[in-house]
Design a protein around this ligand. Sequence first.
Ligand SMILES: Nc1ncnc2c1ncn2[C@@H]1O[C@H](COP(=O)(O)OP(=O)(O)OP(=O)(O)O)[C@@H](O)[C@H]1O
Length: 651
Amino acid sequence: MKKLVIISVGYNTAHTIYEQLCNILYSSVDIKYYYSSSPPPTNLEVDLILYSSEYAFERINFRPANVPYIIARRSINYHEIGKLFKLPKYSDVLLVNDSKDSAEETILLLQALGIDHINYYPYYPGIDNYPKLKIAITPGETEHVPGFVNHIIDIKTRLVDITSIIEILTHFDILDKFANILSAKYIQDIIKLIKTGNKLLKDSSKMKERFKTVINNVHDGLIAINKENKISVFNPIAEKIFAQKATKLIGQDSENFLDDTFFQTVNNPRKEGILKLPSHELLISEIPLYAKNSDNGKLFVLKDVSEIHRLEESVRRRLYQEQNIARYDFSHIVGKSPALQKVLSLAQKMAKSDSTVFIQGESGTGKELLAQSIHNASNRSSGPFVAINFAALSETLLESELFGYVEGSFTGAKKGGSSGLFEAAHKGTLFLDEIGDAPLPFQVKLLRVLQERQIRRVGSIKIIPIDVRVIVATNHNLKEHIKAGLMREDLYYRLNVLPIKMPALRERKEDILPLAYNFYKKYKPLSLDAKLYFSNIKICLQNYSWPGNIRELQNVVEYLANICPNEPPQSSDLPEDIKSEIFKTPNDIIDLKEEIFAEIKRCNTLRQPVGRRSLAHKFSVSENKIREVLNVLHEENRIQIGFGKYSLKVI
Ligand SMILES: Nc1ncnc2c1ncn2[C@@H]1O[C@H](COP(=O)(O)OP(=O)(O)OP(=O)(O)O)[C@@H](O)[C@H]1O
């Protein structure tokens, strides 16, 4: 069996990389690992050496003659970085690693991933000038964290990234055999990441959004070409980008598929460039495979440029939220339906007052968007907008998070104590989301604070006055909650001062298409005309009940933009949930459908006029019923619907 040796400075890194590679290669390659305090024997038999970093390569003097080597490119351990999102903006932290280079490299990597709301200060053994900070972040090197730090965030050892793993597989000539496992592992990693994101969902749904941003960062197209210039890897994202199946291309000469323009794009010293395709633009990076000792082909990493813009936008948006700023105002609320316009005009009046607004509405109808808009139209707009989600905060955390605490008030309390979210909202607006989920014992305290407009930090006797405008939101029927003993009646009446109800999307069908166009333009700014894009599925979108409201519509548009990036989707391309609901046709329509279809066909053959009115007359049903039947036939792609007497045609 071929032998691979991992060389690293510390044990943690060596062991983590060993586990990662065993997971992929266990039956085909014999893997061993060594590190500075357990160096490899000089007579070691080895076919390939993997140095964990440039630093390990320089530091550990193990260079057997004629043995090829790879210096690993390493990526952040995506499972762990959720912890960093919880740090407030501009936190000063030490980034602790085993060397200057690795500390600086980790900082760059984290920043490149969009985690740039923190001020990082590198720290490593031997450094002589550093701030004495309380928080340290380290990728698995906890033993180097200095004693004055009292909060260590271990984001665990960085893993070998997919491009280096492909280099290793190529070297052992087993890339073809493992390509599938590799992409499966890669996908598994992403699935794990999504699972972590789901766990965090309990903490906050916003956290999940941020996770998604990171997941998207690893969703790149990959094409590998071996030294004979044949395509050896063509991952699912590349399949989508080029609308080609990997099974057709693997083993083919790359020149038969990728033309000169593709190769010219990366023919520059940076090995990177933008390729303009008719429907979108791609950022292509070329990575030589196993370049150190011999040419073993190359890997191309493809990123959709509009996707990069979208990610940047979304990271920026998250950071705004971090700063307690309301990002949206009434101009961001899309929709002209009378139901929505009525709500907006009421909300604009409410914005001028300082009384508590009580927003009721199903999940995903835009309650937070409305709350932010009210804040921005109020005379508190230059003050903070602080959102608290009761569904996301555990009962034990609530009090300290909201009211703050003093040093020593409970185990784990920070030195010097901390202010709470009520104080953070001083002179601004406090948005209490999912108020129906606030635990009963806490409701008493909340009521007192709302009445007295003053708080006391946990463990303190000092009273702090607060000047906040309160907006609450709920998707529950709180009167039912009161009956069920889940909500205090006195709190309910304290909050229900200016009630306003966000209508569900199915109650304002006129807004569905404008919203869909709006989201599509955001996802694919360079693509097809939005109206044209949705032309085949307009009726389906309008007929669906949208239980998840605008958030669900947003997701469906994103889904379609991925599934049908280059051509307008058909009704068959819609997600299963939607298809199963809208194609569930009532019996009377099924009974009529075939007869009406036969009648249209007969009229078309005889070149006789046929329209809604004549059909309603012939079958003695209302024109509305005929319209429903025609819509079903149209969705089934059996007829075309136009205008006038000859408007109906069998396809
Ligand atoms: N009228 C609208 N125009 C454009 N985007 C909208 C509109 N309404 C909602 N959205 C978008 O839909 C998503 C869901 O909105 P939001 O978070 O405000 O809903 P919510 O009712 O507060 O949901 P939940 O009850 O689940 O917290 C957000 O991304 C928001 O920007």
